[in-house]
Design a protein around this ligand. Structure first.
Ligand SMILES: [Mg+2]
Length: 340
């Protein structure tokens, strides 16, 4: 039965700008979608594009929403074009939430990874994260000079608890000599993996490095959208796949694909509001458990607290998640000045 469809663009500032190899990033733009069934029940979904990761642009998503009819049927939701992965995610998750509200995610407790900022601020952040009980941390590198960042590495590692592990995320900033320098330095240290050393389209050296060094290598930007993910799965990439569900298109197809190829996945967020985060975490809960921590360190990233999920701490239980209703976010954002 068709349901009523509405959409609402939003723009929201981060509590602190994020510094990555892609530059400084201070605000997020996205679109909330709302589906309302004939009984008045409603559900929300979130379109949160990252065009630098290969998704559609915000303008393309907005044009798609503007062209949709006000009454949506399941066929329309299941056939959103592949070039609009964030729209696929938002509509499918909102549709599922509306039609299968009692379909629970498996009861899971997910270990969480703490996100450490680039530069020397990582040292104090690692100390704080360890005191909060985190055992997995991710440090953004590739922002400063490699020698300066490498010199900080032992000081960040000092704060890891016993048995803890550090992930390094270069966001595609390195060249081959820099990657070799880091891999040599990481070989006998508790580094869980190095994420996206090279830019998209220039990944070829990872294949030989993955055989040459003991530290695992993960691909993130390179596998963000379905077509690229499929290419690396078919190729048989022996490393880890960082999956951002809200960028990866249809969750149903994503989980089938990962299952089919027995890919080793680490799940991650992409600066979503509580609506997108809840939906993404419900996808994670349905994926096979490989014991690796979940990279949702962006929870709490917005200056306006009403957009954030509460801080779950170093683990997140799906029972806790089920209690985090989206509340009045739609009404709140409806009252905000529209994005220009
Ligand atoms: Mg990454």
């Amino acid at each position: 039965m068709p349901v009523h469809f509405e959409y609402l663009p939003y723009r929201a500032s981060f509590r602190q700008p994020l510094l990555t190899a892609h530059g400084a990033w201070s605000e997020r733009e996205g679109i909330l979608v709302r589906l309302v069934g004939d009984t008045g029940r409603e559900s929300l979904g979130e379109i949160s594009p990252l065009p630098a990761w290969g998704t559609e642009t915000l303008a393309a998503a907005q044009a798609f929403c503007a062209a949709l009819p006000q009454q949506l049927d399941e066929q329309t939701v299941r056939t959103v074009p592949a070039q609009l992965p964030c729209c696929q995610f938002a509509l499918e998750t909102a549709w599922e939430a509306l039609h299968r509200p009692d379909h629970p995610s498996p009861v899971r407790t997910l270990p969480m990874s703490a996100l450490l900022p680039a530069g020397p601020g990582a040292i104090i952040a690692a100390e704080r994260a360890a005191a909060q009980g985190f055992t997995t941390m991710k440090w953004k590198v590739g922002v400063g000079a490699p020698a300066a960042e490498l010199a900080l590495l032992p000081r960040v590692l000092e704060h890891l608890p016993a048995g803890g592990q550090l992930r390094l995320d270069a966001n595609g900033a390195w060249d081959l000599p820099t990657a070799r320098l880091w891999l040599e330095s990481c070989a006998d240290r508790p580094i869980e993996f190095i994420e996206q050393p090279f830019p998209v389209g220039q990944e070829e050296p990872v294949l030989s490095l993955a055989n040459e060094f003991p530290t695992r290598i993960a691909l993130d930007e390179s596998v963000a959208v379905h077509s690229n993910l499929l290419r690396w799965l078919e190729f048989g990439w022996p490393g880890i796949y960082v999956i951002k569900p809200s960028l990866a298109g249809s969750p149903r197809k994503l989980l089938q694909l990962l299952d089919c190829y027995e890919a080793e996945a680490v799940f991650s967020s992409a600066f979503e509001t509580s609506v997108g985060l809840r939906a993404a975490l419900q996808v994670v809960a349905r994926a096979p458990d490989n014991g690796r921590a979940v990279g949702f360190g962006t929870i709490g990233c917005f200056a306006d607290e009403r957009l954030n999920l509460p801080d779950p701490g170093h683990t997140l239980s799906t029972k806790w998640l089920a209690r985090q209703a989206p509340g009045s976010l739609w009404q709140h954002l409806s009252n905000e000045p529209r994005a220009a």
